[in-house]
Design a protein around this ligand. Structure first.
Ligand SMILES: Cc1cc2nc3c(=O)[nH]c(=O)nc-3n(C[C@H](O)[C@H](O)[C@H](O)COP(=O)(O)OP(=O)(O)OC[C@H]3O[C@@H](n4cnc5c(N)ncnc54)[C@H](O)[C@@H]3O)c2cc1C
Length: 433
């Protein structure tokens, strides 16, 4: 019977190394170069970051989500989950380990659908950690419902001409190329009438109108671009996959992206719980430690319970992806992880903030960033509500309605059936009570 919660000792040793390396060498980067992880390296930063990446490569931990044919270790999703929950502690860690969103998902679809020429041009530099990429799908008037997208690409000779607006195209300002979803055949269903294009960011007509920031960032200094694609001309071979394949490609991309966010979120929520416990054991009020107060004990117990349920579920889902090698088959559980993730992070970070008192609310502690991050997790890669609909639909597939007036578990009906089954042994007549 194979049902095992243990990590093999060889990989555990790698995880132990990673944990120490991230705490000692990588987390400090968050404090000297905050939020600069998606900027191309200048000479000063290269001197610090490149040796760290080299060390990760030496330890065979670079881009472990990829198979050996793409320069990774092919460890699979379960091992990636165990790694990502460590990397989730730090903003810089996934960059130093070559497995940062959104580039992992983008690399995955180019590896899957790209031609050899597209792989040479776009995939290799991405895998080498030498460039960034952007996934440009959401539009200003529609996000959760891609069937409403208007950006379109029209064939003109041997070129495609792209026109339209995209919104929240993360990292567009530092990306070398964009993956753009556009309507290519308005006369058929959107599910078969949209295509994906690989567009170098410096193509004439790619106009970044604003770099939208998240809460707390300077106006127009953020990473989420509003882009106007204005007569953007790309050659025929800029098409990624076949014409009309955008929805299929998007599902491949977003399935992986969502579960990877969930893996990293475990690390961030664990960090909040660690801080909550440390504070509870450090601060005294009204004659005893915070850790001795039942309310605070409740916070700690609830947080641990939420985190361990979430963690086990994410690991299980990762195991399923490895087993079936098919995101579609695991769609329901990926959606569950996506739905649960913001609540787990929000609740634990909120309690940790509360236990820190006034200090917790300041910009000298990371809690508000985490709580804001939880809000982002409820939207990026699709809103929670939409994923709940997916879960419910998938769950309902295994059920049928009853034909009669009463539910199957209606007790009088069950009682009658049971009495009939055992009638010959019962002294009382069937139904006579
Ligand atoms: C930090 C961040 C990074 C992002 N990065 C990218 C990126 O790189 N590329 C990209 O293309 N997009 C990106 N997005 C956009 C993201 O995918 C969209 O925000 C998301 O799909 C929701 O679209 P919307 O914001 O237009 O909300 P809408 O579609 O307008 O939905 C708004 C709200 O309506 C409700 N709602 C919507 N549909 C339903 C439904 N069916 N049932 C019930 N309620 C519903 C939900 O409450 C939802 O939050 C990013 C978003 C964030 C926050």
């Amino acid at each position: 019977m194979a049902w095992d919660f243990e990590t093999d000792p060889e990989y555990q040793a790698k995880l132990d190394w990673t944990d120490q390396f991230v705490r000692e060498e990588v987390e400090p980067l968050d404090h000297v170069f905050p939020h600069q992880q998606f900027e191309p390296l200048d000479d000063a930063r290269r001197k610090i970051i490149d040796p760290l990446k080299d060390e990760v490569r030496r330890q065979d931990m670079w881009a472990t989500h990829l198979g050996p044919e793409l320069g990774g270790q092919g460890f699979g999703q379960l091992k990636l989950a165990l790694l990502n929950e460590i990397l989730g502690r730090s903003l810089w860690a996934s960059i130093v380990f070559g497995c940062q969103a959104p580039d992992t998902g983008n690399a995955e679809i180019i590896a899957h659908y790209g031609t050899p020429a597209q792989k040479d041009r776009y995939l290799q530099p991405l895998l080498d950690g030498e460039c960034f990429s952007c996934y440009s799908m959401t539009e200003p008037h529609a996000g959760a419902d891609p069937t409403l997208f208007k950006t379109h690409a029209v064939k003109d000779g041997d070129e495609w001409v792209i026109n339209g607006w995209k919104y929240f195209s993360s990292n567009a300002k530092t990306a070398s190329f964009l993956i753009v979803m556009a309507v290519t055949n308005p006369d058929v269903s959107p599910y078969t009438g949209m295509s994906m294009f690989l567009v170098p960011t410096d193509t004439p007509g790619v106009n970044i109108v604003r770099n939208v920031g998240l809460w707390g960032e300077e106006l127009n200094q953020g990473s989420h671009a509003l882009i106007h694609y204005e007569d953007v001309r790309v050659p025929e071979d800029a098409l990624l996959g076949g014409e009309g394949q955008a929805f299929v490609i998007a599902q491949t991309r977003l399935g992986g992206g969502r579960i990877h966010h969930a893996m990293r979120t475990i690390g961030m929520a664990q960090k909040a719980l660690d801080m909550m416990c440390e504070r509870a054991l450090s601060r005294e009020t009204q004659g005893s430690l915070l850790a001795d107060k039942q309310f605070v004990q409740g916070y700690i117990a609830d947080s641990y319970a939420q985190l361990i349920q979430f963690r086990l579920f994410v690991l299980y889902t990762a195991w399923e992806i490895d087993k079936y090698n098919d995101y579609k088959r695991v769609r329901k559980d990926i959606a569950v992880a996506k739905v649960v993730m913001p609540t787990v992070l929000h609740d634990i970070a909120w309690r940790a903030m509360q236990v820190h008192g006034a200090l917790g609310t300041t910009n000298e502690m990371p809690f508000f960033g985490m709580i804001h991050g939880a809000g982002v997790m409820g939207l990026a890669d699709g809103p929670t509500e939409v994923h709940k609909v997916t879960v419910a639909r998938q769950v309902l597939r295994d059920y049928r309605g009853t034909e009669g007036m009463w539910p199957t578990e209606w007790i009088p009906g069950k009682q009658d059936a049971a009495r009939e089954k055992f009638a010959q042994y019962l002294e009382l007549e069937v139904g006579n009570l």
